[in-house]
Design a protein around this ligand. Structure first.
Ligand SMILES: N[C@@H](CCC(=O)N[C@@H](CS)C(=O)NCC(=O)O)C(=O)O
Length: 221
């Protein structure tokens, strides 16, 4: 049977893949999900995206989108019932995601794997990462979401990375003086769409039945 759904190669715990899956859910779309194992990437994925990172989305016309931001944007350009791509905040959203991807992620990786980067201590790496957390805390002092009173692409694009930072050492994270950011993160961790993207799937193997993600659009709220 030919499957006309876009096909998403994904990895459950990857923050880039998380933002792509959130984009798909907020857009109320369905995709064919192929969960992968990073150490054993399927040849089918490498054939369409030799750079070998997830997420990768292959559209039914063969187009390949291999950057998580572009996947979020593509999804929300198809349908955006909650206007996450609000034109009023788009420039600011993009600037914030740039900061996340180009600066915060660098310090996050070093904070998470400090033993592999002995040039600085883990605490020093954390403090470097906190420069971005302070920016987010400031924004959340004024509003429940990063760019206002409703969710934007900035929230779903950044949340998986703040989660990863918090989970390096939850006790430390929740002892820091970022009350609004902590609240925001907790709300996201409990969000029905976040819970949906974190459901576990077995790694895809050739000849498996198609896995549709999400299985139904009915229960999404
Ligand atoms: N710029 C890419 C980065 C994606 C990325 O680095 N994903 C990681 C997993 S979180 C990956 O696939 N790494 C390849 C590997 O570990 O082999 C995007 O935004 O999609």
């Amino acid at each position: 049977m030919t499957c006309l759904l876009p096909r998403l190669y994904s990895f459950r715990r990857c923050p880039y893949a998380m933002r792509a899956r959130l984009g798909i859910l907020f857009a109320r779309l369905q995709v064919e999900l192929r969960e992968i194992v990073l150490k054993n990437k399927p040849a089918q994925m490498l054939a369409i995206s030799p750079k070998g990172t997830v997420p990768v989305l292959q559209l039914s016309d063969g187009t390949v989108i291999e950057e998580s931001r572009e996947i979020m944007e593509w999804a929300l350009e198809q349908q955006d019932p909650q206007t996450l791509l609000d034109i009023k905040t788009l420039i600011q959203a993009n600037a914030l995601i740039d900061k996340n991807d180009n600066e915060f992620k660098y310090w996050l990786d070093r904070y998470k794997y400090a033993d592999r980067h002995p040039e600085m201590t883990q605490e020093q790496y954390r403090k470097q990462g906190e420069v971005f957390l302070q920016v987010l805390e400031e924004l959340l002092t004024e509003n429940p979401y990063l760019l206002g009173d409703k969710v934007s692409i900035a929230d779903i694009g950044i949340m998986p990375f703040v989660r990863q930072f918090a989970h390096v050492d939850r006790e430390v994270f929740y002892s820091l003086d970022y009350p609004n950011l902590q609240q925001w993160l907790i709300k996201w961790l409990e969000h029905p769409l976040f819970l949906q993207i974190m459901i576990k799937y077995q790694p895809w193997q050739e000849n498996d039945d198609v896995v549709v993600f999400p299985p139904s659009l009915k229960d999404l709220n």
